[in-house]
Design a binder for this molecule. Structure first.
Ligand SMILES: *[C@@H]1O[C@H](CO)[C@@H](O)[C@H](O)[C@H]1NC(C)=O
Ligand SMILES: *[C@@H]1O[C@H](CO)[C@@H](O)[C@H](O)[C@H]1NC(C)=O
Ligand SMILES: *[C@@H]1O[C@H](CO)[C@@H](O)[C@H](O)[C@H]1NC(C)=O
Length: 380
């Protein structure tokens, strides 16, 4: 039997003999391609604490604020089954990395003057920093909500519409309103009532961000009527963000995002859409060329539109697809405010998540003019 079981053991012996020092090993349970630095985040008391520290409001650096500056996944520190809401918090943390990076990259990309030049207030970038800081606080809150037996996912690489400040801010409005909408669904997935309360509180923060954009950036009435839109299938909205993620860029150890997921074809309105207001007839576009819907010729399909606490279903003609495009009219009964979530289902009302066959698409109704602009940008 050889003295050294592996060439590595020989290497360690040699560097020790030569007094060069052994390369430091990552802590147990951490794959060796990570430094182990991120494991400090496993302690909820490490770093600024959301709600106690003003770091998550008033940090004015351009560099990533904590914990956004520590990007490795955090590996479990205890062995055991996951806690009941771990999957939901992991989904939320992975989604939050997208949102945090959206603000961080905007702050790096644009100057104060860039926003002023397109007619936005001179404190726009400062507000975006403040929002970014809140989102960093969400990262930390979600990390702390995931139990020690589950991995806390790290960020991937993302593609955002950063070409000009106006489309960036338009996309911001969709990000905030989508966050609000998927939180109304994630709240329904959470088992513990304290998790439900925490998610309701986070959705309020996203709404405050949206209200700022509506009043200060778009200069419109910020109210969305008596209720925002409830959408029950949150993971479907989360999955619809996958086009923002650079394929293959996520840490290998990250859990599937979102989990569980249905891999539904992406739904949008056609690029030549003039209006996405209630009453407008639109041509449906399925924007992922590698994931197109397949319609059964004997099934009646519906475009289902969710707004406020209601949904309205419109039968669609799928015969001849993909040769013949599919049209649908957005129900004119809806108030032109807030957001409409649209999907294609094989039953009216999309009563189960399995009845959904494509989508959802988040349609911004406030300001309503931004809807078609976002579709042209290929981001809706
Ligand atoms: C991350 O940011 C915090 C607070 O801004 C700072 O104290 C810490 O040193 C940074 N860590 C890394 C790894 O950059
Ligand atoms: C920023 O805009 C506000 C309100 O329009 C104005 O009062 C203030 O002087 C401006 N500040 C700078 C530095 O331009
Ligand atoms: C849509 O509304 C109908 C009743 O109008 C309801 O039965 C159905 O569950 C709703 N769909 C969802 C997904 O909430």
């Amino acid at each position: 039997m050889s003295l050294f079981h592996t060439p590595y053991a020989f290497f360690v012996w040699l560097v020790t003999l030569l007094g060069l020092g052994v390369p430091t090993a990552a802590p147990p349970g951490v794959p060796s391609h990570y430094s182990g630095e991120a494991q400090k985040l496993a302690d909820p008391n490490y770093g600024p604490i959301p709600g106690l520290s003003d770091h998550y409001s008033s940090y004015w650096g351009v560099e990533r604020p904590f914990p956004g500056n520590i990007t490795d996944p955090v590996f479990p520190t205890e062995v055991g089954p996951p806690a009941e809401d771990d999957h939901t918090w992991q989904n939320l943390l992975s989604a939050e990395w997208i949102i945090f990076e959206f603000y961080q990259q905007g702050i790096e990309r644009f100057t104060d003057e860039d926003f002023v030049k397109v007619g936005m207030p001179n404190n726009t970038r400062r507000r975006l920093m403040e929002i970014r800081n809140n989102e960093a606080g969400h990262l930390r809150i979600f990390q702390n909500q995931i139990s020690p037996t589950s991995i806390k996912p790290g960020p991937c690489k993302y593609n955002f519409p950063l070409q000009d400040p106006r489309s960036y801010l338009a996309f911001m409005s969709v990000i905030e309103i989508s966050s609000m909408a998927f939180l109304t669904g994630l709240v329904q997935e959470a088992k513990s009532v304290s998790a439900q309360g925490a998610m309701a509180a986070i959705s309020q923060t996203e709404t405050r961000h949206e209200i700022w954009a509506l009043t200060e950036i778009w200069k419109v009435n910020p109210f969305a009527g008596p209720s925002d839109t409830v959408f029950p299938y949150a993971n479907q909205i989360l999955y619809s963000t996958h086009n923002l993620i650079v394929p293959g860029s996520c840490p290998l150890e990250n859990p599937e995002y979102p989990h569980p997921r249905q891999l539904l074809p992406a739904l949008s309105a056609a690029p030549d859409t003039k209006s996405l207001a209630p009453g407008a007839t639109i041509t449906l576009a399925f924007t992922d060329k590698d994931n197109q819907p397949v319609f059964d010729p004997h099934t009646q399909y519906y475009a289902v539109f969710f707004h406020s606490l209601l949904n309205v279903s419109v039968p669609i003609d799928t015969k001849g697809f993909p040769g013949r495009p599919i049209e649908a009219t957005i129900p004119d009964v809806f108030e032109t405010r807030g957001v409409i979530v649209a999907l294609i289902a094989n039953e009216p009302g999309a009563p189960t998540k399995e009845s959904v066959v494509a989508g959802p698409a988040v349609i911004l109704e406030q300001p309503v003019e931004l809807g078609p602009e976002l579709v042209r940008g290929g981001t809706n």
